[in-house]
Write a protein that binds this ligand. Structure first.
Ligand code: HSE
Length: 430
């Protein structure tokens, strides 16, 4: 039986999930592929540290190049995360003629084009199913079964950590920090959780999806991105009262030759299927011009679900090695579309302000909105929070407008002292 040898860079949550998935299903994998897959070497910079997994010590190496330059290794599995040195390691492995599997959305969103070109030049595979939505095989679906479709709409919950935090905050009185800690302990959160809670992880994933689906190379830094750090219990309770759930959404739309996209928390109507995607679950909505609406749902984070996606890529490559078949069959990031990037587009928004509770305040605020043609759909005033006798929270839902225009109106409201602060602006998904 053909033996395929893996060198794994990293021994974090996803790496352990990958190792465990192979151990769990080794016989099944061998029987269905006819290949024996061995994780032969693992990069572990601190061998003395207890990793909470039983792995023979002789597999560990402390220098990545002991793996990358080993002629016996067929596939490098990069699971250290972050842009560097991950990109350097992947590029070196591809140049050495090794296949690469990665879960690294940050490195792919920025350096995917260069890495893919290297892979093509060397006729090896670069596969990255685990980089978007963890265990959901969304990249496989887009690049195989859905190839006959023109897809114009992407809407997704693609970060498990933030979905977990928002779910727990809406279900209980748990505060933000304790829920974040819980998510870290469960292995969902990135090493630096600011990437999750500030929305950058979602922007990386959206950038990859837009390249696969629309054929555009939009860097994550150019995607308007807002995280969940400004969401508090007041927003969650008002949203519930108004019939919405708050979810961190990745949105991209192709309208003719224009493309708009953004990452931000959104008020999603309770009747919308995305509103019932809870905890670390992810969901991606797509609309194809032949297949119509599709929703992919599953665990988007966590060691075993993500390990399952990594193993899927390893198996695809192992089968190709065994059959000596062409290595050009791989998901392709595309950069060929001639589309104009138009930012966030027009949306409805929820706005929470703090203002003095005196006659004339509401009139001033609404005439400033009027001056910028921002129409008000709903308005509510909440009682002053305990310990604050001077200001009250005011909440508005406004009709579709451009974010830039709304921001100008809000800046003028503050400048003219009609309100004390703008505490939150959240997009409303219709
Ligand atoms: N930190 C990510 C998440 C892991 O919470 O979804 C998967 O990319």
């Amino acid at each position: 039986m053909k033996k395929v040898r893996i060198g794994m860079l990293g021994i974090g949550n996803v790496a352990k999930g990958t190792y465990r998935t192979l151990e769990l299903n080794r016989e099944k994998i061998q029987a269905s592929t006819g290949v024996s897959i061995e994780i032969a070497k693992i990069l572990n910079r601190d061998i003395s540290k207890d990793r909470g997994i039983d792995i023979p010590k002789e597999k560990y190496v402390t220098d990545a190049y002991d793996i990358i330059n080993d002629p016996e290794i067929d596939i490098i599995v990069e699971l250290i995360g972050g842009i560097e040195p991950a990109t350097e390691y992947m590029a070196a492995a591809l140049k050495n003629g090794k296949h690469v599997v990665t879960a690294n959305k940050a490195a792919l969103a920025v350096n995917g084009r260069m890495l893919q070109e290297l892979a093509q030049e060397k006729h090896v595979m670069l596969r990255f199913e685990a980089s978007v939505a963890g265990g959901i095989p969304i990249i496989n679906a887009i690049t195989t079964a859905l190839m006959s479709n023109e897809i114009d709409d992407i809407l997704g919950i693609v970060n498990g950590t933030t979905n977990y935090i928002l779910t727990k905050m809406s279900e209980s009185d748990a505060d933000y920090n304790s829920v974040l800690k819980d998510a870290q302990e469960k292995g969902f959160a990135e090493r630096d959780p600011s990437g999750d809670v500030e929305g950058h992880d979602v922007a990386n994933k959206l950038s990859i999806l837009m390249s696969l689906i629309f054929g555009v190379g939009i860097l994550p830094k150019d995607i308007p991105t807002h995280g969940i750090t400004s969401i508090n219990k007041v927003d969650i309770s008002i949203a519930t009262e108004l019939g919405y759930k708050i979810k961190l959404l990745a949105t991209a739309k192709k309208i003719g030759k224009d493309v708009e996209c953004n990452v931000q928390p959104c008020l999603v109507p309770a009747s919308h299927p995305l509103s019932s995607v809870n905890n670390e679950f992810n969901a991606v909505f797509l609309r194809g011009n032949a297949v119509d609406d599709l929703m992919f749902y599953g665990k988007g984070a966590g060691p075993l679900p993500t390990g399952s996606a990594v193993m899927g890529d390893i198996i695809e490559i192992a089968k190709a090695i065994d059959k000596d078949s062409a290595f050009d069959r791989q998901p392709l990031l595309r950069f060929d579309a001639d589309l104009r990037f138009i930012g966030e587009g027009r949306n409805q928004y929820y706005i929470r302000l703090r203002a003095e509770d005196r006659p004339g305040v509401l009139g001033n605020i609404s005439s400033t909105f009027g001056k910028y043609s921002v129409g008000i759909e709903t308005m509510m005033q909440r009682p002053a929070p305990k310990g604050d006798n001077t200001t009250v929270p005011l909440v508005f839902i406004v009709y579709e407008t451009e974010r830039e225009v709304l921001d100008k109106a809000l800046a003028e409201i503050i400048e003219n002292k009609h309100a004390v602060s703008v505490d939150n602006v959240i997009r409303v998904e219709d």
